[in-house]
Design a protein around this ligand. Structure first.
Ligand code: NAP
Length: 210
């Protein structure tokens, strides 16, 4: 079996299972306690990864408050077609950034941003192999739904934690933690419950995936 990094998916959803509004705009779901936890969590991983949909919708910086360039996790964006805006916070030079593209992408970003070509079409398996080759052993995935779904679909997720916030968002088209096209399976993917903890007006649920 080929080596790949340990993958932890962490996200926040509303009590009706949505991770953003139907306009895909960010909604504050985490309690203060969960936000602090999520920020601390970044310190335990070599890299924090999101999909390009999250960069476009939320423009996150994915850094740790007050951390220096090398104390921040590496930031990784899955962006097969090079859609990351040149003024996105994720490439603000505050820590190294890797943009994972397909082989046909010719887009380039600043000096602190490295482009890694991951096949044509884009291959998540190849991406994981290349990241392992860079010495990245532990990756925290923070969204969005299509990205998380693709990791589950490939069987690459080791740990899944979801904060269920005390609010409803509603909307058939609002994104959910595991989006995309779904996959055909009779009984769903069984998770092993590790813990459930009240954090302010919500509950953090943690599962092992294998
Ligand atoms: N509540 C939370 O915890 C949380 C956290 C993060 C984001 N969000 C929300 O999630 C929403 C964004 O989610 P999203 O599902 O639209 O976007 P996303 O998962 O952030 O990005 C999806 C895009 O990334 C690329 N991609 C990701 N994985 C890929 C793979 N394995 N193979 C090929 N391409 C891959 C594709 O880009 P191309 O289309 O260019 O091919 C895909 O369309 C926003 O509304 C945001 O606010 C919520």
């Amino acid at each position: 079996m080929k080596k790949r990094p340990f993958i932890h998916v962490n996200c926040a959803m509303s009590a009706d299972g949505k991770i953003a509004g139907s306009d895909r705009k960010q909604v504050r779901i985490s309690s203060d306690e969960d936000l602090s936890r999520a920020r601390e969590l970044r310190k335990r991983y070599d890299a924090v990864l999101v999909g390009i949909g999250t960069i476009i919708a939320d423009d996150p910086h994915l850094t740790i408050k007050g951390a220096s360039f090398y104390n921040n996790p590496i930031r990784i964006v899955i962006d097969p077609h090079g859609r990351t805006p040149k003024d996105a916070q994720v490439i603000d030079g505050r820590s190294p950034t890797l943009i994972l593209t397909d082989d046909d992408c010719t887009e380039e970003w600043g000096t602190e941003t490295e482009t890694i070509k991951c096949g044509s079409p884009f291959s998540l398996a190849k991406a994981m192999e290349l990241l392992a080759g860079f010495g990245i052993e532990r990756i925290l995935i923070e969204g969005g739904g299509k990205t998380i779904a693709s990791f589950f679909k490939e069987g690459f997720v080791d740990k899944y934690s979801v904060f269920v916030g005390g609010l409803l968002i509603g909307g058939r088209d609002s994104p959910t933690p595991v989006d995309g096209e779904g996959w055909i399976c009779e009984n769903g993917l069984t998770l092993k419950l590790k813990s459930a903890k009240v954090l302010g007006n919500g509950v953090l649920i943690t599962y092992d995936v294998r």
